[in-house]
Design a protein around this ligand. Structure first.
Ligand code: BJ8
Length: 389
């Protein structure tokens, strides 16, 4: 193990990563040196409880910068979602330390681009792909997904020579639910009016929590941060009025366009108060049912219920949107879709209709990628939209 670690390369562009990520890499390096096994993951559908119960640590792999895309485009079409190209580019060029540290990568058949990319990735990494059904409202799909979770369990047991007992699964479920409750409380700071925390800071802080691999410490820091922000709001903002429109962000994950789009929205005078996407509160809304008899059944039910646009139909997304728009007193919705993401792009027609006709609120659609070429145009559109509210 030690020998493997001495060979370790931090990415040539290590200095370009932000402090939080760099600290995360260094902490992970220490864990690997102590013999810890790691599973790299890309998606919210990954049942992390099974990974923890196997004694591994799940880590989100790099997928949010443009730099790695040039490596991906040697194998992948240019006209593909930047998130997929960035993920693959980091992997194939070995410039993401988390990918390097991963003993296994776990993927799911979500969108077409991702599932085909995993096939290529499987040529140079141990990749296990879970077959995700695309209808989360039927019994057969739930059976199929439950079976996929059993397959993952067996894969981890065989690969790492461990036994995943029900007891370990329930322990991981309890810890995961606690983390969901804590993160939900943190995101609910966005319900306060005036908003105490910028949406950009909120999503950056969530990333930072994710780079703490000690779950107890992580839970403690989420609770402390929430308390600190709430106390600041009580002292400095409570009772004041804000004229800044309150924005809900929906669509694709936003880690790769945070600076380019989210910062511009807030600089233009609005507050992002809630994310209805994988970068926000959505996954935290439903806990894993701790009263069920079988932990795998409970895990399968929770994860299949997620409302990503890869599901068809995807009615649960509208239930979540409805509730979040009301509870966070949202004034307008901005949907951000990554270039060539067909499922979110097509579903946006329904989202627009829902927001403008059912909720009677302004809606804006932004399609973009990780490059800065359209930053001027995006800023102008955002300013015009906010003026109209
Ligand atoms: S659960 S949002 S993390 S799939 S943006 S790669 S869908 S072409 S990232 Fe996602 Fe899981 Fe869904 Fe969340 Fe494909 Fe679209 Fe790209 Fe996407």
């Amino acid at each position: 193990m030690k020998e493997e670690i001495t060979k370790i390369k931090l990415p040539s562009k290590f200095e370009d990563f932000n402090e939080t990520r760099k600290n995360g890499f260094l902490k992970m390096k220490e864990l690997k040196e102590s013999g810890q096994k790691v599973a790299g993951i890309f998606c919210t559908y990954t049942p992390q409880e099974v990974i923890y119960a196997a004694g591994l640590i799940p880590v989100s792999l790099c997928a949010t910068t443009e730099d790695s895309i040039k490596y991906a485009e040697r194998d992948l079409p240019k006209n593909l979602c930047p998130l997929i190209k960035s993920s693959y580019g980091f992997a194939v060029s070995d410039t993401c330390p988390y990918f390097y540290f991963s003993d296994i990568v776990i993927g799911e058949t979500t969108c077409d681009g991702k599932k085909k990319m995993y096939e290529l990735m499987g040529d140079f990494k141990n990749v296990h792909v879970m077959q995700l059904p695309q209808n989360n409202n039927d019994e057969l799909s739930l059976k199929l997904w439950t079976n996929e979770i059993y397959k993952l369990k067996r894969k981890l047991e065989e690969t790492f020579d461990v036994e995943i007992t029900d007891e370990k699964l329930w322990e991981a479920i309890k810890m995961g639910n606690q983390e969901r409750r804590n993160l939900k409380n943190f995101f609910e700071l966005g319900k306060l009016n005036p908003s105490p925390l910028s949406g950009v800071t909120m999503s950056g802080t969530q990333d930072a929590f994710g780079f703490n691999f000690n779950r107890e410490e992580k839970n403690k820091s989420i609770v402390e941060k929430t308390k600190e922000v709430y106390e600041m709001w009580e002292k400095e903002l409570k009772g004041k009025k804000s004229k800044r429109p309150r924005i809900l962000i929906t669509g694709c994950p936003v880690g790769g366009i945070r600076e380019k789009i989210l910062t511009k929205i807030e600089e233009a005078g609005a507050d992002i108060v809630v994310y209805e996407n994988c970068s926000g509160v959505r996954e935290k809304l439903e806990l894993i049912d701790e009263t069920m008899d079988n932990p795998i059944d409970a895990i399968a039910k929770k994860y299949l219920n997620l409302s990503c646009s890869v599901m068809s139909p995807n009615e649960k997304r509208f239930r979540d949107l409805n509730m979040l728009m009301d509870e966070y007193q949202v004034d307008a919705v901005i949907e951000i879709v990554l270039q060539a993401c067909h499922t979110f792009a097509i579903e946006s027609t329904k989202v627009k209709k829902f927001v403008t006709e059912k909720k009677r609120k302004p809606y804006m659609y932004i399609e973009s990628d990780y490059s800065m070429t359209d930053v001027g145009q995006v800023s102008t559109r955002i300013e015009a939209f906010l003026e109209m509210i």
